[in-house]
Design a protein around this ligand. Structure first.
Ligand SMILES: Cc1ncc(C[n+]2csc(CCOP(=O)(O)OP(=O)(O)O)c2C)c(N)n1
Ligand code: SF4
Length: 330
């Protein structure tokens, strides 16, 4: 199997230059490495530019209703646990209309991968502000600047007790592939936020973090067991109280050994990293913030069904439907 086997015959209808192309190409490249039969893979999306994704994958797919991909994915995974289920969603789809569904997917720990394409805007509906748009953002629906405090998606996922939380970006396909592979390997709800450029309605929203010149100084790529250093080893993050501070590693006062060593099994450290969120003077973290094992919803459902069937037999649907207070309408 190769990337080509995962390309569908549909014309890709995103604007030229959209970050969605890089994500699609990375997912199509990753698929053959996962060793899962195409017939077992399902991409479920909601509504939005990002949610057109299932059309372009030569797998099963479902372009569903706005914000409801987590509900469909939960039902599918619960009834067909052998399927490999991916959710593709946008910041509007996942965090506005679908906000309620996302948090329950996380706390239930349904064994699916959720890719949140964050472009800080509603793309499909032509440029209204979204729940991740920054304060003061001028858009068609906020002509005098947004007054809404934005969501911090990684902190939200951690707050909903997600068992896997990561962040990557469209402009670093190598990193994205590593993160998506990790998300796939995780047993449980894997939440991966992907910074995605909408070059039509919010061009350059993440360029500070994604462009070659500014990226080293403004990003920290976290890896389990490695100290949090960035800017080519010139700077690091050191624990300071319940937060982190940036330290200069070039003047002899501090070294990499003074920096926090990333531990992706620590929810507390993950929360600290998630809170380093567009903080002036701080690098934006990327990588796997958190990964823990907890029983999955779909496994627990199967176990419970088996247990009840052992105790009470397989049941009879017709008998159940005709039980109790039933009547005929003539
Ligand atoms: C019930 C309902 N409400 C509103 C809409 C209009 N609508 C379509 S897509 C969208 C937001 C999409 O934004 P996002 O999820 O960020 O995706 P993007 O297009 O940026 O990829 C909205 C509000 C809709 N289609 N259905
Ligand atoms: S509107 Fe933005 S997000 Fe939608 S396809 Fe065009 S560039 Fe991509």
């Amino acid at each position: 199997m190769s990337r080509k086997d995962f390309e569908s015959d549909q014309d890709v209808r995103w604007c030229p230059g959209c970050g969605d192309y890089a994500i699609l190409a990375t997912v199509q490249r990753l698929m053959p490495e996962l060793g899962v039969d195409r017939e077992k893979i399902v991409f479920i999306s909601g509504i939005g530019c990002s949610s057109r994704f299932p059309y372009y994958m030569n797998t099963y797919g479902f372009h569903s209703i706005h914000g409801r991909a987590p509900a469909l994915a939960t039902g599918l995974k619960a009834s067909c646990p052998d399927l490999d289920v991916w959710i593709v969603t946008g910041d509007g789809d996942a965090l506005s209309i679908g906000g309620n569904h996302v948090i329950h997917l996380m706390r239930r720990n349904v064994n699916v991968q959720m890719l949140l394409f964050n472009n800080q805007i509603y793309g499909l509906t032509k440029g209204q502000y979204s729940p991740t748009s920054e304060l003061g953002k001028v858009t068609k629906s906020t002509p005098y600047g947004s007054l809404d405090h934005p969501f911090n998606p990684a902190a939200l996922a951690l707050g909903a007790d997600a068992t896997f939380v990561a962040r990557t970006m469209d402009r670093d396909p190598k990193h994205m592939k590593v993160i998506l592979k990790r998300a796939h390997a995780h047993r449980g709800a894997a939440f991966a936020e992907i910074y995605q450029n909408c070059n039509i309605f919010n061009d350059g929203a993440f360029f500070t973090y994604t462009e070659k010149e500014s990226k080293p100084e403004n990003t920290v790529f976290v890896q389990h067991g490695k100290p949090l250093v960035f800017d080519g080893g010139r700077k690091g993050l050191r624990l300071s109280g319940f937060s982190v501070e940036v330290v200069d590693l070039t003047n002899g006062q501090w070294s990499a050994s003074d920096c926090v060593v990333h531990d992706e099994t620590s929810r507390d450290l993950a929360s600290v990293l998630a809170r380093v969120f567009f903080k002036p003077g701080f690098p934006q973290p990327f990588g796997v913030f958190y990964a823990e094992q907890r029983p999955t919803y779909d496994d627990e459902i199967q176990k419970q069904m088996e247990l009840v069937m052992d105790q009470r037999g397989t049941g009879d649907m017709a008998a159940l439907l005709n039980a109790g207070d039933t009547w005929n309408i003539n």
